[in-house]
Design a protein around this ligand. Sequence first.
Ligand SMILES: Cc1cc2nc3c(=O)[nH]c(=O)nc-3n(C[C@H](O)[C@H](O)[C@H](O)COP(=O)(O)O)c2cc1C
Length: 311
Amino acid sequence: MPTTIKSVFNLETSTNTPLGLDTTNYHEALVANCLDGLPPFEESSYNPSGEPAIKYIQPPNPGWKFGESVESTELGRKWMEGAKFEDDWEHFDAEKEENRKIYTLMISGIQPRPIAFVSSVSATGEENIAPFSFFQALSPSPPLIMISALNAPRVKDTTANIQATKEFTVNIISLPWIVQANAASIDAPVHISEWEVAGLTKEPSTHVRAPRVKESAFSIECTLFDKYDIVHPDTGVSTSTITFGLIKCIHVRKDVLNARGLPDPAKLQSVSRLGDISYGLTTEAFRLPRPSWASDGETIEKILEERQKAE
Ligand SMILES: Cc1cc2nc3c(=O)[nH]c(=O)nc-3n(C[C@H](O)[C@H](O)[C@H](O)COP(=O)(O)O)c2cc1C
């Protein structure tokens, strides 16, 4: 049967539902929806042995002085044109809006988010893997990370497994295997291995039972440090669970390290979560030093004084 897929690619109404579809493979049709009208992926641009995956550029407004407003550049003036009038804003009151609206705003506005690809094992030994973008580094000492998983419409296997066995690994996803990692988000029944569905390889961990992902260039072995159930104040229902992971060991591939022995973003090629079903890839970067009062305080005070006199 020929596959006919109506063009539905539209960034404004990005959808997880294929339209005008005549195919036996639903997922392939969804992927096809995301291709339409876009240039193909240029593998050579991201080949670490070829061009660097990230181009370093100068920061915007390199001549900026302390206290200078955003409107001091053309870029800044144009940006602020969207914030001139009260009518330029939409306001979403979380108590009045549908929960779904606030959720979709959150995941589209709080971005890019790092993604934890979490491997865990159930009490009976079933191995599980799934991505989570409600993920952050939390504390250097003790070294902690967190992931947050929704408990509705079901408690995620990842959450249940970590509660049961108190161990897991977090694997950073790189561009060459993002489609495999994405596939592992499938809500497969417990007896189906998401590892096999995704086509990824288990590598034994050294401190925990959950394997790490061999394809990941940066993997973290964790034990359960603590958990926090988010209980909705109106209903008393636990809607999400935050898992705090204590880092036991970090595995990093030598070929992604820079001269200082740290992951080089151009080599790691990590993928982030943008809104809805969009992923982000960092292709340009710039560096900005952190100001310090000890070095710059005097200059800043002078600038502010002169500014006050001029007003
Ligand atoms: C990129 C990406 C990020 C995700 N982030 C989250 C998240 O932060 N929290 C969550 O509950 N589900 C998240 N999901 C959905 C889970 O991966 C999905 O529900 C998965 O089936 C959970 O698997 P499990 O039940 O095997 O743990 C995400 C999915 C994708 C593709």
